[in-house]
Design a protein around this ligand. Structure first.
Ligand code: SAH
Length: 353
């Protein structure tokens, strides 16, 4: 089956070329696209507005689905983690996070991750491979169908975050293509302002991203206020240091719409980067770079064996947050979700059970 063309990752233009190549009229492309993405039917035979002969022809040469859900875990807080496998047996994880006002789907851009952030469990897998655009889109369709049912309307305001396994900016082309397909009004119709992409700091791609006409929201994982510490926690800092990263962040700040902010994520590691002094240095750093339109998401570390870190206690978190706020930096604490099922930030490592 791996040789079959995966149509779920095709743009409308590519689908149009494809149907013409198999000798079908062009308008079939629109029907197929709507069937796969608007109605979320990942089975050609069930797209019954297509003639039977065409459905059979599609089945011979192409496929709508390549991922298999291997297990599905539900947290006591309602978060769901889907552990899927690609056709060539690599793990892909996707997390559904319900909240009172809106739901969020956290998807993966790579199987495993090549970055070696010391506090992250995904890093222990190493990079297994990049996911294709089709595999990225399919994750979201599978989760939407599980939660709302095939074909059912998606509640308005479902958000996407590229914060699962992998570094999205090291799979840039496929990520941007997948986001384009998902934004299509004849499909899922999840547009750029409902999407957030998180990067550990691939600086050249941040500049490229800043130039996108329909740019999703950006989050940058910072997690340390000095190069000395960041070099240790996030080795990518040795390639692009904090100065280069914040200069790129400034380029993004210039493109923000009125009232829009972008995010720095800061994983709080007990006894490592959570002292008042770190908070002061961080606030000074942002002020020095004129980064006024940012907010900081403080993420208490989600522990997992064999990681040698632990979250700070809540007084420490509040003190850190208070110092940032007193210096004019907006700060929020991210409540951990799905820790009990290995679904929280930095816990995705294809853990079973
Ligand atoms: N590679 C991208 C996308 C992953 S997003 C990036 O680094 O931004 C996942 C977020 O979770 C990142 O901000 C990362 O720093 C954070 N994270 C990683 N491991 C964590 C852990 N064990 N506990 C809490 N947050 C963690």
């Amino acid at each position: 089956m791996s040789e079959k063309i995966h149509l779920t990752g095709f743009s409308t233009q590519e689908l149009a070329d494809f149907v013409q190549n198999i000798g079908e009229p062009k308008f079939r492309a629109g029907q197929i696209f709507k069937g796969l993405h608007e109605r979320r039917i990942l089975d050609f035979d069930a797209i019954t507005d297509l003639p039977k002969a065409l459905r059979e022809k599609l089945d011979e040469t192409a496929t709508a689905t390549t991922l298999k859900v291997e297990s599905r875990y539900v947290s006591e807080d309602g978060t769901r983690r889907f552990l899927m496998k690609t056709h060539d047996n690599f793990p892909v994880e996707t997390v559904f996070i319900p909240t009172e006002n809106r739901d969020t789907i956290c998807f993966s851009s790579q199987s495993g991750c090549p970055l070696k952030c010391d506090f992250c469990l995904t890093a222990k897998l190493g990079l297994l491979r990049n996911l294709t655009a089709g595999e990225i889109v399919e994750q979201i369709i599978i989760v939407l169908n599980d939660v709302y049912g095939i074909g059912a309307e998606t509640p308005h305001g479902t958000n996407l975050v590229a914060m699962g396994a992998g570094e999205p900016f090291l799979n840039y082309e496929n990520l941007i293509k997948a986001l384009g397909i998902m934004a299509d009004e004849n499909g899922l119709f999840i547009v750029a302002n409902r999407v957030t992409v998180s990067t550990a700091g691939i600086v050249p791609k941040i500049y490229e991203f800043a130039k996108l006409e329909k740019r999703p929201n950006l989050a940058i994982s910072l997690s340390a206020p000095s190069d000395e510490l960041r070099d240790k926690l996030m080795p990518i800092n040795r390639r692009w240091n904090i100065e280069e990263l914040l200069t790129a962040a400034k380029a993004v700040q210039k493109t923000l719409r009125r009232g829009e902010r972008f995010t720095f994520e800061y994983v709080l590691l007990g006894g490592v980067n959570d002292a008042d002094e770190h908070a002061r240095t961080l606030a000074n750093l942002l002020n020095k770079h004129d980064l006024q339109k940012v907010k900081i998401n403080l993420i208490p570390h989600n522990p997992a064996e064999p990681l040698e870190y632990h979250p700070p206690n809540s007084e420490r978190v509040e003190s850190f947050k208070g110092i940032l706020e007193s210096r004019g930096v907006a700060a929020y604490v991210r409540r951990p979700r799905g820790r009990d099922i290995y679904a929280a930030c930095g816990q995705l490592a294809a853990v079973k059970g």
